[in-house]
Design a protein around this ligand. Structure first.
Ligand SMILES: [Ca+2]
Length: 531
């Protein structure tokens, strides 16, 4: 006999028993008491939740793992629940610590075009995950964004209006109540706080949740926050089309000419020539000395006019004809690095860049809805009505955070200054827009933004990229102390997990400046300055 609730039959005995248990747990015991779940975990498989909107498709116990050297922290034992929506492709994973749950729920964002559920990780070298999520034993949940990765090529999933909507906006908002319900079912207690952390497209989702669904989370961490997604993709498109032409590309030697020129003119602006450009806004290097005589390509010792134009295009703003979609361009720095411009901008041997792969998917699946469309021909200005339709779902650049402000919820933004996917200039633009919209005092209660100088997309590079922003967020939410008052430092780690250098986490728009004396690898030798 099914244990599912059937309308008109009254509640089955199991649910009555559960209600009695809940009542008991509410009346007796200390606040720290939660129901032990190691034995009940696997019995949850097959049950429905969300008033029948979803099913628990699998429930399994995952054993704890010990710390491994300096690179992997200890992983607690989890009850792992897999959930699938009954009506769409939306799936969710939920990891419930079987012992020592800290009473809080954290949702992780996905990346790229999603299509997979990101498990909590104990890898301390993955900069885009706050280690306290595992170390402090949060219940962790994540979604697949509403579709499977097999549908990502050419953005094909976006041909389906429901999948487009769930990916662009609603997957986390829809799944969160399932996570809260299961936490309550499993532990007999609702989470005391619910947080979100995401990077890249997960950072986009963090911004979407902040603006459209401010009731959902008590605090949000947005790393590489791609909220201006409708400006990002046209910028991806124009750069990827440009570098498909071999004449517009830079050999590695030419990339290094540009990188060296940028360092020569910009590295010392922060008081220390350390390979880290900490004041990207002030870094506008003059590259005229790199021009080949006559402007035609004359080998690796100089740049042709076409190559100089490519560099200028990378760092220049974009705007659609109607001004609705804009992008501020990318910062100089790491022009010759695989974690800088080499990650998303420079193409492979076939002429395709990572930006190009995502732009192709956006143009084909989201905009033209033609999976064979020749993306080299795409001009956003020819597609403005469709851009507007998609923007309604997808864009997350509204500087009005009054919904979060009203609930005293908190938002932390973080972006590497040499991210060649999500430009940190957009984080600065967004921050300034919130100040213009809400006023500095209200923004200070709701939002703090941080640049990570010399850091690429979600991490990597010569700069300091590791900082536990979830821990900082939790302190802000529960104790009222904003991140900028927590004396936080970011660290760069070696491949074996050792700290190579630290830098202060400077609240935007301040930047770290070397004091002139002291250990150049220590954050204590730097001050956050506004000059
Ligand atoms: Ca420097």
């Amino acid at each position: 006999m099914s244990t599912d609730f059937k309308p008109g039959q009254g509640a089955p005995i199991r649910i009555t028993a559960l209600a009695a248990l809940l009542a008991l747990s509410a009346c007796g015991g200390s606040d720290d008491d939660t129901r032990p779940i190691a034995e009940s975990c696997t019995t949850l498989a097959g049950k429905t939740l969300g008033n029948g909107s979803a099913t628990i498709t699998a429930a399994e116990l995952q054993a704890a793992t010990p710390a491994t050297g300096a690179t992997a922290q200890a992983m607690p034992a989890y009850c792992k629940l897999s959930v699938a929506a009954r009506d769409t492709g939306l799936k969710m994973g939920l990891w419930l610590p079987t012992e020592g749950w800290n009473g809080k729920l954290l949702m992780q964002g996905g990346g790229g075009f999603d299509g997979a559920i990101a498990a909590p990780t104990a890898n301390l070298l993955l900069a885009h995950m706050s280690p306290s999520v595992v170390g402090e034993r949060y219940a962790v949940m994540a979604t697949n964004g509403g579709h499977e990765a097999a549908e990502n090529a050419n953005g094909a999933f976006a041909l389906d209006a429901t999948k487009l909507q769930e990916f662009a906006q609603t997957s986390e908002h829809r799944a969160l109540p399932w996570g809260k319900e299961l936490v309550n079912t499993a532990y007999g207690k609702a989470p005391t706080r619910s947080y979100f952390e995401g990077c890249s497209m997960g950072g986009h989702d963090a911004m979407m949740l902040s603006q459209r669904y401010p009731e959902d989370f008590d605090g949000i961490v947005a790393r590489a926050p791609a909220g201006n997604i409708m400006g990002l993709f046209p910028a991806f498109s124009r750069l990827s089309i440009t570098v498909r032409n071999p004449a517009n590309r830079l050999t590695p030697a030419k990339q290094t000419l540009v990188a060296d020129a940028a360092l020569a003119q910009c590295d010392g602006l922060d008081g220390l020539a350390d390979g880290i450009i900490s004041k990207p806004a002030a870094c506008q290097p003059n590259l005229s000395a790199l021009r080949c005589a006559g402007g035609a390509d004359a080998g690796d010792g100089c740049l042709s006019d076409a190559q100089l134009a490519t560099v200028a295009l990378v760092t220049s703003p974009y705007a659609s004809a109607d001004g609705a979609y804009t992008h501020p361009g990318y910062n100089h720095g790491l022009e010759n690095s695989p974690v800088g411009w080499g990650q998303y901008i420079w193409p492979n041997a076939a002429g395709q860049s990572v930006q190009g792969g995502f732009a192709d998917g956006f143009v084909r699946g989201f905009i033209t809805r033609d999976l064979a469309y020749d993306t080299n021909l795409w001009n956003p200005n020819d597609w403005l009505p469709r851009m507007a339709e998609v923007a309604t779902l997808f864009q997350a650049f509204n500087p009005d955070l009054s919904g979060m402000r009203a609930r005293n919820a908190k938002l932390i933004m973080w972006n590497g200054t040499n991210d060649s996917s999500v430009t940190s200039r957009d984080m600065g633009r967004y921050y300034q827009a919130t100040v213009a919209r809400m006023g500095q005092a209200a923004v200070d209660q709701t939002l703090e933004a941080f640049e990570a100088p010399g850091v690429g997309h979600c991490g990597g590079g010569p700069g300091a990229d590791h900082v536990d922003l979830v821990k900082s967020l939790d302190t802000w939410v529960t104790a009222g102390t904003p991140p900028s008052s927590q004396n936080l430092v970011q660290a760069r780690k070696t491949a074996t997990g050792d700290v190579a250098l630290t830098r202060p986490l400077c609240k935007y728009p301040t930047t770290p400046r070397y004091k002139g004396t002291g250990d150049v690898n220590s954050a204590a030798s730097f001050a956050c300055v506004s000059d």
